[in-house]
Design a protein around this ligand. Structure first.
Ligand SMILES: [Zn+2]
Length: 183
């Protein structure tokens, strides 16, 4: 049984009739986090972590219909169990766990396993199927997160210029991604 499936509108749960981070307008959108490539305008209802609510309202309008939930809290959508777990990517970011008939599938959204001290730390979630985001899995990106150095080669940016200094670069804040650089 497929708890989730990929469609033209996004990742869809047929049992619950909702989408996760849909890229076309739908009736029910479950949102992993507030970046613009995950939380798009035009959906009739939004469900997200409670800390993402003001960000979605800021970006998509105060008049959107949005419900916020806490990490670990269980929400039922048409009888399907939906839970949010920390993804460590940005404030309010979440992995979405969907359980149907004893089968649990998790959609990671963007996530980061290092604790940045700002986002809630990433939490591994037991599941039968894990659907992972892999934006920076492309070979154009190189990174060494464990020693706090990171280089983006996609646009030739080389922010490493001041030894022993910590540089904080907010890349396309609330649009795509943020990261810390240490030189
Ligand atoms: Zn993101």
């Amino acid at each position: 049984m497929n708890v989730l499936q990929f469609t033209d509108s996004g990742i869809y749960c047929p049992a619950g009739d909702f989408y996760i981070d849909p890229w076309k307008p739908v009736t029910k959108a479950v949102i992993t986090h507030a970046h613009s490539d995950h939380a798009r305008p035009g959906n009739q209802q939004y469900l997200c972590h409670e800390h993402s609510v003001p960000l979605l309202q800021l970006r998509l309008g105060q008049d959107i219909t949005v419900q916020g939930v806490k990490y670990g809290e269980t929400t039922l959508i048409n009888g399907v169990q939906v839970q949010f777990y920390p993804a460590g990517h940005m404030i309010g970011s979440a992995q979405i766990k969907v359980t149907v008939g004893g089968q649990s599938w998790v959609v990671s959204g963007d996530y980061k396993t290092e604790n940045d001290g700002i986002s809630e730390a990433f939490e591994p979630v037991k599941c039968h199927v894990f659907i992972t985001e892999s934006t920076f899995g492309l070979p154009i990106y190189t990174g060494h997160h464990n020693n706090n150095s990171f280089r983006i080669s996609a646009n030739g940016a080389q922010p490493i210029c001041a030894p022993e200094k910590t540089v904080c670069c907010w890349l396309i804040v609330l649009a795509k991604h943020n990261a810390f650089f240490t030189t």
